[in-house]
Design a protein around this ligand. Structure first.
Ligand code: GAL
Length: 710
């Protein structure tokens, strides 16, 4: 093993070159532009002790092995969109893009070769090759201690994986750049990673409204009819998604409108817009022979087809130009708001295998393996650029991703459907610069329906995907009022949500945050100890590091922004434990008060999603409109202050739709709530008289113990 040499790449970020990096990497392909100014403002961070202990070795079979030390209680987070666990310590992560991540191998729609340690550092292997991360799951013979070798039949302490004090990373390539991100806190590591990739995504405001995807073969009038039903029933809705049936042919696709179902797409899109709906189009990468793009792209594609269609090589600038020109003319110019880039991941399920093989050859010189690793990024980059050219922001869906995706306005989704896994994925996405939607499609019963809808309303993209099931938010009549309530609550919280995303863009701190980004290990341990949770036994440290089942991983609750904590339930549960960080907390809609740095047991009814607001928080809110107002249409803004402590917040505002904020056309304003001598509260807005772009006037609700009805 040779010790790796590091050089500072940006404040708190170090870079090293292993061997000869040859293949296009995610950072290079995405053209990541580090936010150096922002990185400079972060707390000082050093990882010198660690640097001296990172080694690399050229393997006789080709490629490299990297080695890093692990402390006994160290926990490791990230590695992309993982569904099965939060702490990856003790696991081997095979980081391949795969649309069927049904087993805990590390394969997923968005494997990101980046992990962050709670010891305050993170490591990115910037490669489009499939790395394998052995996160404390290997034991060299020379390190094996005989006393750790137990008898499986007689010794309950037997473990398949012996506790290991090293991380090994196998890089099957001639080289790569490595990046080390400093802390000191875990959240700082994540912020640095996101800022180095270019900062977080800022969606258009309408993207944060409710989304509904209609069944595949709907025609224009059916789409309009279903959309208007949202208005009649007073369910807010901003985006209608069209599934494969809008194409003249799909699987493979033409990217052209079906003349029968959508004879006048431009008029249809205009009419939808007049009613406050944006249109999002489903598509996948594989180009149908009868499509106008086929001929142009055939020499710019791989040598294997998928579903009979071309698999274009969008590393080639010419291929990107053809795709973008066609999309600009046929969709963007007509008013389409964005895309759902499906099936850029690939599957090898026995009964359904589709994707070009790893040995496929592409004109750029990449092979099938690396194109598959980068395919999701290619569509995100093209989608973003397409709308950037028109100075319109987009927000869309994508089914595959990789490193360097944090600035991309795209949200991941899956055909998997386990509600608990969906919540865990929401948490885990926050460690890897990803956004995830726990989309709702169908339910076994009204309870399942309500619980899933409650979760999705507090996620980066609130969507019902009815493409195959034909469901509507009101599909379970008895659940209709509860679902309406949560979709409306999301709309009321829009100014708060939008500000949380703006904070993501500026500071790299994710809008939706897993608990380890909010609470230190010590704080969590103290909270658990205080709870009368006898069943959470005092933990064996090795078990704790390995995330064994005796330990509550708290991968079922998360923060939205700085002040709201969401603790969803899934069907079949009537109570749950909630881990509350320091401070005092109020249940948003019942006013129930809890002291923090504690675990509380709650029993909300089915109609209630437990949402906790921090005492002293000031939450900017607006009315539950039918859809998000267009740029320049002003609505009243209310600052709701909770509890009996003074507090403050920031509110972000811009035109909500264009990229003008990048040239400074935006405003952060500070809001302060102080206590007067007589104990009453007074709220003040910095630059009180400056008008907002999006809000007409400001109202105050101070010292609230519970959120008032709209
Ligand atoms: C799947 C996708 C679904 C739906 C379907 C349409 O790949 O995950 O959400 O879009 O394709 O065929």
């Amino acid at each position: 093993m040779t010790t790796i040499q590091w050089e500072e790449a940006a404040p708190g970020v170090w870079r090293s070159t292993i061997g000869h990096p040859q293949t296009l990497s995610p950072l290079a392909f995405m053209g990541a532009e580090p936010r150096r100014e922002q990185l400079r403002t972060m707390p000082h961070s050093e990882v010198p002790g660690l640097m001296d202990n990172i080694g690399a070795e050229r393997l006789p079979c080709g490629g490299y092995m990297l080695e890093l030390p692990l402390e006994e209680q160290e926990k490791l987070y990230g590695t992309g969109l993982q569904f099965m666990r939060m702490n990856q310590r003790g696991k081997t992560r095979y980081m391949r893009v795969n649309s069927d991540p049904k087993q805990d191998t590390g394969e997923t729609h968005a494997p990101v070769p980046f992990y962050a340690s709670d010891k305050g550092y993170g490591l990115l292997v910037d490669t489009s090759h499939i790395v394998t991360m052995f996160l404390g799951s290997t034991m060299k013979q020379e390190h094996t201690r005989t006393e750790d070798v137990r008898d499986r039949n007689r010794d309950k302490g037997w473990r398949a994986t012996l506790p290991s004090s090293r991380i090994e990373i196998k890089l099957p390539a001639e080289g790569a750049h490595l990046y080390l991100f400093g802390g000191p806190a875990l959240a700082d590591v994540i912020c640095r990673y996101n800022l180095y990739c270019g900062g977080g995504a800022l969606p258009p405001r309408w993207g944060l409204g409710f989304w509904h995807r209609v069944p595949t073969l709907y025609r224009d009038e059916e789409v309009m009819e279903e959309a208007l039903e949202f208005r009649r029933r007073e369910f807010p809705c901003d985006v209608i998604g069209l599934e494969p049936g809008w194409h003249s042919r799909s699987y493979p696709v033409t990217y052209e409108w079906d003349g029968e179902r959508f004879p006048q797409p431009e008029a249809f899109i205009r009419e939808m817009k007049e009613n406050g709906f944006r249109i999002n189009l489903w598509e996948h990468p594989y180009v149908a022979p009868e499509g106008e793009l086929y001929e142009k792209l055939s020499s710019l594609s791989g040598n294997y087809s998928v579903w009979g269609g071309l698999a274009p090589d969008y590393v080639m600038p010419e291929a990107r130009t053809h795709y973008m020109k066609q999309h600009e003319k046929r969709h963007v110019a007509l008013g389409v708001s964005g895309y759902k880039h499906d099936e850029c991941d690939g599957s090898e399920l026995t009964n359904n295998s589709w994707m070009f093989p790893a040995h496929a050859r592409f004109p750029s010189g990449l092979n099938g393996e690396t194109v598959r690793q980068l395919y999701g990024l290619m569509f995100q980059k093209m989608g973003d650029e397409l709308f950037r050219k028109a100075n319109r922001r987009t927000y869309g869906l994508v089914r595959a991703s990789n490193a360097a995706a944090s600035p991309m306005p795209y949200v991941l989704y899956s055909d998997l459907y386990d509600h608990k896994q969906f919540i865990r994925a929401l948490c885990n996405a926050s460690f890897s610069g990803l956004l995830w939607t726990p989309e709702v499609r169908r339910a076994q019963n009204a309870e399942d329906w309500i619980r899933r809808m409650q979760t999705v309303c507090f996620s980066p993209l609130a969507m019902l995907n009815a493409w195959g099931d034909g469901t509507k938010p009101w599909s379970f009549p008895e659940a209709e009022p509860v679902i309406r309530h949560y979709i409306q609550l999301r709309m009321r919280l829009l100014p708060y949500l939008y500000t949380a995303f703006a904070q993501y863009r500026e500071t790299g701190l994710p809008p939706f945050r897993a608990m380890p980004l909010v609470m230190s290990e010590e704080e969590r341990a103290a909270a658990e100890k205080r709870h009368a949770m006898k069943e959470v036994s005092v933990l064996n440290t090795t078990d704790a590091a390995y995330g064994r089942s005796a330990v509550n991983a708290w991968d079922d609750q998360y923060m939205v922004g700085d002040d709201l904590l969401i603790a969803p339930l899934v069907a079949g549960e009537s109570e749950r434990k909630v881990l509350l960080p320091s401070g005092s907390w109020l249940e948003l809609e019942t006013g129930e008060r809890h002291e923090g740095r504690a675990v509380v047991q709650v029993r909300p009814g089915l109609e209630r999603l437990p949402i906790y607001v921090r005492e002293g928080a000031v939450i900017p809110m607006m009315p539950a409109l039918s859809h998000v107002p267009a740029s320049g249409e002003k609505v009243p803004l209310t600052f709701v202050h909770f509890g009996s402590k003074p507090g403050q917040c920031l509110i972000y505002d811009d035109d909500g739709e264009s990229f003008d904020y990048e040239s400074g056309n935006c405003k952060w304003r500070k809001v302060v709530v102080e206590m007067r001598e007589d104990g009453s509260f007074q709220g003040e807005l910095e630059d009180g008289n400056t008008p907002f772009h999006s809000y007409s006037g400001v109202q105050w609700q101070l010292g609230q113990t519970v959120l008032a009805k709209d």
